[in-house]
Design a binder for this molecule. Sequence first.
Ligand SMILES: Nc1nc2c(c(=O)[nH]1)N[C@H]1C(S)=C(S)[C@@H](COP(=O)(O)O)O[C@H]1N2
Ligand SMILES: [Mo]
Length: 391
Amino acid sequence: MTRDRRVFLGSSLCLSGAWLVGCGDDGVQVPAALGACAPLDDSELLEVLPFAGEGEAPLETPLGAGLDARLYTDLAALQPDEPRVDSDRFYVRTGYPDLLRAPDDWRIAVGGPSRGPTELRLAELAELVQPMGAHLLECSGNGAFAHFGMLSVAEWSGVPMTEVIARAAPAPGAKRLLVSGFDQHSQPSEKSVPGASWVFTLDELAARGAFLATEMNGAPLPRDHGAPVRLVMPGWYGCTCIKWVDELRFVGDDEPATAHMKEFASRTHQDGVPELARSYRPAEIDLAAMPVRLERRRAGGRTFVRLLGILWGGQRPTDALEIRFARGAEPASWTPVEVCPAQTQNRYWSFWWHRWTPPAAGAWEIRLRVADASVRTRRLDSGFYARTVVV
Ligand SMILES: Nc1nc2c(c(=O)[nH]1)N[C@H]1C(S)=C(S)[C@@H](COP(=O)(O)O)O[C@H]1N2
Ligand SMILES: [Mo]
């Protein structure tokens, strides 16, 4: 792990000496005085403990091609003072389509009942590009096989969908928009159906602050992340964040679900595979948390485990995070986890530390929960993000 990602500091970042002061709504809050939260004990690092039973997938290594291309972010390398992941470590799901010959003058076709143009030139949208802040993307197909590395945060610039839609000038009463991206690859996929498009309501796009991104971490969008233009739908799974966007179409209430929506129906927690787009629930990422790095440390002759973890997803911040360490079927209890600095946003992850002294040797399953029944945590509740360590 290098500290390369620090090169971003001071550019578009909003740094401040105090936790939550001096940042606009969209700024990245990097606590300059993280020491007030960081565990400043003078313990000695003995080893970084691996998570058990998560497979052998190599991290931060490009794998496969086309629709099967993957790169898994190494979450154990995260540093709490830098929420963003370098663009070349940001997870990839589907690589740049080898059949895409992107013209310099990229155009997005506009269809459906509209009073406006039949296409939007990216060049004309360029004047509307603005900083959009840090947002997290997670693949709905994330999992232990990838050490949960289909989850990353970047700082984005782009054009708010509300402004794009205004330019596209839909006929009055338009309610839904189909967003499609180029998705033709010469390599047949073993796992995925080609064709990437999702139907959103205009209200959802506006309420979530969706935008067409053209820049990531202060540079033009990298090829594998959708160059020259992709959708970012804050708070929704990555499968809705269409890359290489080449079509916007205003559609009616009876628009069928796309093949892409059907492919991702179960992973976005739909009931079955609905036939109509309007039957799909918002593909929201529920609040979730997991440890990302386990360090065995020693202080004053005693050893303990320090956990670094993340908290992400959900609609509003929580202060009700709890952790449980369970061995086999033995009874286990929940303990509060302090998120420090306190969670203030759900657009990207927050960090937490926890100190744990294993009471006995064995395989311990680590789970988190939110002790607040008003917060939906479907994946946490199902044990999806449970991780195991052998001590
Ligand atoms: N055109 C296109 N867009 C796409 C996909 C795709 O296969 N084709 N995959 C989606 C999925 S499943 C995810 S998780 C995100 C991944 O974005 P990233 O590779 O930039 O992390 O892109 C989405 N956009
Ligand atoms: Mo995904």
